[in-house]
Write a protein of this length. Sequence first.
Lengths: 191, 191
Amino acid sequence: MTTVSDARVVRTREALRQAMTELAAESPLEAITVRAIAARAGIGYATFFRHYTDKDALLAEVADILIRQFMVQVRPLLMQRDRRGAARTIVNFVVGHLPIYKALIAGGSGETVRAEMLRQTLVTMAATRQRQPEGPLDDFIFFHIVSTILNQLAWWLRHEGAIDAEAMAEIIERTVLTPVSDLRQAPPKGL
Amino acid sequence: MTTVSDARVVRTREALRQAMTELAAESPLEAITVRAIAARAGIGYATFFRHYTDKDALLAEVADILIRQFMVQVRPLLMQRDRRGAARTIVNFVVGHLPIYKALIAGGSGETVRAEMLRQTLVTMAATRQRQPEGPLDDFIFFHIVSTILNQLAWWLRHEGAIDAEAMAEIIERTVLTPVSDLRQAPPKGL
DNA sequence: CACTTACGATACACAGTGGATCATAATGGA
DNA sequence: TCCATTATGATCCACTGTGTATCGTAAGTG
């Protein structure tokens, strides 16, 4: 929308992303007004619109940053042999960035953010796929893995301490990665 | 809110539920206005508020009806031995009520409706549980089963014809019911 | 240091909400 | 069948949030 090299622009956008993250942790997205975001960020109301068309655009940018970090870590692991190790990596990565993930995945706007993460992840994966999908099952499996792991992590972050990280990794391995791997090995007949 | 025996009330509410179902199939919930619902139902704007406090209350009622039907079918099956049969029953039940489920689970407001279905299901299950949960794992498992099946059905309904009903039942069995059953049999150590 | 550009403040039109009123019409009991 | 009851439709209104425009000021850039 505007120049990106100007230090003021960088500062303002960073303040807006930070404010959105905080507010998204506290309230469902529909309860967050642009005025509240601007106020929290310490910028003028009209200024908001010089940087983002609406609050969804801001949320999308915030989610996008999260997705990139997440995907870089997670993506190579999904096809990997060592499924327990893959699950551990995912869990540990989230633990290592607890505040932001807790805010956005498990916070008041978590539903919206997870939906956005799922959408973006599927788009990105479809665009950068090594091999073409071999059928509807491949599409389904991508959807299932990503949405299930996001949901499980959301539950886990909302019930912090209920299950320790190692057990959570085992659960992800046994309820998602392994069953999906088996499904790939021996698909239902007709697929 | 008002008398329920009056034929006009019954008619009006039925018209509102129907209108909400139709609109929810077409647009995301936030794009649906009370005026649009009233118009579609063929009733006056102010009349809407004599029956529901806001559009979320109406959606909750519509979703609630869906949930009751769904749960009556699904609930006894989740603990059942014959997991393939259980999965088949779920899939066939949805196929038997295709229009309404397609509209509400996979439609434009599907995200909101699924979240509401998940919420209500967990509340109902917690209230009417035979035995107390034996730990956090039980809570997690309920959450995982319900949310995963709802998501898988949503994908399936959105990609109608991509996978036939029998294959879908096999997928639900192999990616959800069986892994969860195994997890119950041999929980991660410490749970 | 001068030029450029982002910023804050404010005002505005617009859309949706939910509450209120009042005449009309449908309803169900006597 | 008639009548008291009450749901309904139409309309009005105050309130909140959105997104655009304007303008003087302050900050960053080269």
